[in-house]
Design a protein around this ligand. Sequence first.
Ligand code: NAD
Length: 299
Amino acid sequence: MATIAFIGLGNMGAPMATNLLKAGHKVCVFDLSETAMAGLAEAGATLAESLHDVVKDAEVVISMLPAGKHVEQVYLGEAGLLGALPEGTLVIDCSTIAPETARRVAGEALHRGIDLLDAPVSGGVGGAKAGTLTFICGGEVDAFDRASPILNDMGKNMFHAGPHGAGQVAKICNNMLLAILMNGTCEALALGEKNGLDPAVLSEIMRQSSGGNWALNVYNPWPGVMDGVPASNDYKGGFLVDLMNKDLGLAFDNADRNKAPIPMGALARNMFLLHAQQGNGQLDFSSIQRMYRGAEKGE
Ligand code: NAD
């Protein structure tokens, strides 16, 4: 069992840290929010008083922060952790951030003899709670091998995508595809319904045909077709439109940087930006179905 410092106890970080405690690790936690910290005290974590306090005895540091600027604040600069961690520490950053930022932080870590993995996750809050996340890692193979038993206590699939930043690239590609798939699925369901088809019947037909995809299989966007998904709960919970827009922004910047055409991703991004502008940023991303139905204000 390892001595782990966990930084960032939000929607994802809190259940991930809780699963590490359940697996028997010694976990010290830090978040800027006292409320977030209090939740982890109940689960048995040691509460740190500051960023530097949390890593005092840590063999492994895990972070789950909102965006690149937070990751840079935590690790880089004079006040950053990389200057304070002993050589040989393993750092696993699970935040979804730009590959360039991940590479910059990893470069600084390497320079100081610290192993750093970018390890963004797929699986959402449900996966974080259930301990079934997928970790998509970039970095040295040795660091990946070292991290795997710990990641295994928070997830069920671990991939080594390639060198530093590769985990973030793979995550960005996946979420862009997810955005495109969700738009296409919602468009097809709305067209079928306008023709008088039952969306549940149409969903099953497409699921078993060449249009079958993840949204139809496990995340149907039409209210009432599938139990236990956000669409059947007024699109509450799940993966927020605002977070999807953050990830699509990363894909867009990356495509621009690499001169890669992403016409489908750009269209999906504009649909989600429009949807957020109409006040839906805090709904699950499958709520884009409302736009295709012409039912923006509810069913
Ligand atoms: P969140 O906003 O709920 O939590 C982030 C936490 O980090 C907050 O509690 C905040 O107080 C803390 N924090 C910010 N700056 C800090 C600092 N300097 N020191 C200590 N704590 C600090 O975000 P989340 O939903 O948990 O997402 C975290 C990351 O995971 C994001 O990059 C997101 O894109 C990614 N992600 C989220 C989901 C999801 O469904 N929520 C799914 C996959 C990936």
